[in-house]
Design a protein around this ligand. Sequence first.
Ligand SMILES: NC(=O)c1ccc[n+]([C@@H]2O[C@H](COP(=O)([O-])OP(=O)(O)OC[C@H]3O[C@@H](n4cnc5c(N)ncnc54)[C@H](OP(=O)(O)O)[C@@H]3O)[C@@H](O)[C@H]2O)c1
Length: 326
Amino acid sequence: MKAWLLPGFSGTSSMELSTSVEAPIPADGEVVIQLQYAALNPADYYLADKQYPAKPRFPHILGRDGSGTISALGPGATRFAVGDRVTILRGDAGVNTPGTLAGLVAVPEDRLAPAPSDWSMAEAAAAPLTYLTAWQALTCWGPVPAESFVLITGASGGVGVAAIQLARALDLRPIALSRGDSKVPALLELGAEKVFDPSDPKLAEKVLAATGPRAVSLAIDNVGGELFNTLLGVLSDRGAVSCVGRLAGPVPEFNTARIFFKRLRIGGVSVGAYSPGEAQECWGRIVKLLGGKRPVIDRVFPFGEVPQAFTRLRQGPLGKVVIAID
Ligand SMILES: NC(=O)c1ccc[n+]([C@@H]2O[C@H](COP(=O)([O-])OP(=O)(O)OC[C@H]3O[C@@H](n4cnc5c(N)ncnc54)[C@H](OP(=O)(O)O)[C@@H]3O)[C@@H](O)[C@H]2O)c1
């Protein structure tokens, strides 16, 4: 089969396209999927740069998200039939086992869900990892009262777009942060109530002018870095931060005094910590809640252009960067 091979922890630019990779054989409880689409995530390039806690065997195949049709069933695999259209919920594929930047992938059947019938297969590949992450970020503190303000950093990315859509579906009021102004109309269209530039020196005042005295109940932080201290400043009493990502690096000069006066809560989000059963349950609720809303695709790249697709991901897409495999 064809696959993009990563020779070691040597960065995504060291990947090579091969057309003679051995096809996977499904183990007990696994199925093989003939992939139609894969979707990229920053964790793919973190892994390639040895900045992610994974121990794959090399050469490794990156890619955690993917959709396609089942082409073979392993012993004991009973939930699906050959020919079923499926999407992969976050599991080990692309982390410690070969992933979806390939013609075929073997996945435990409890990590699969039927591709939503009214979505395209590209949309089905684009959604699971980021929507499950956004779901955990929105729900990990218990129910957030309706009409509360949720501040989302890196709002135009995969997790950010999912967080805007899911926050709206949960009757929350999302405020989005996005660098520059090029993505503002699209983010408002997606459901953001306001969009601000995180580099605006008056960011805190503008956010608080938008929320009024209620301030922000929950911040979903995909970015980290200097912005983190600003987030703490606009939270309400007992407000919470769901820490998802760190695209802007470590937080400089963090002072715990920023936490205790308002009794703030800061917690980590880890989509990989969902058990297969939890991921299935949350995914079912997400698809139902989204109703007619669909995942947003920034661009679909052909299989031969995976390096260009990673360049696009690093630039800051609007929604998901997807790879057409078939
Ligand atoms: N904890 C978990 O379980 C989990 C799961 C999924 C993802 N993540 C992490 O969450 C983060 C976001 O993931 P994603 O899939 O949404 O990423 P993404 O699709 O690449 O989007 C991130 C967005 O953040 C903004 N951004 C990018 N680089 C930035 C920088 N250096 N400084 C400030 N803003 C920047 C960009 O938006 P603008 O250009 O509009 O500002 C970009 O569209 C990543 O760090 C990822 O590894 C964690």
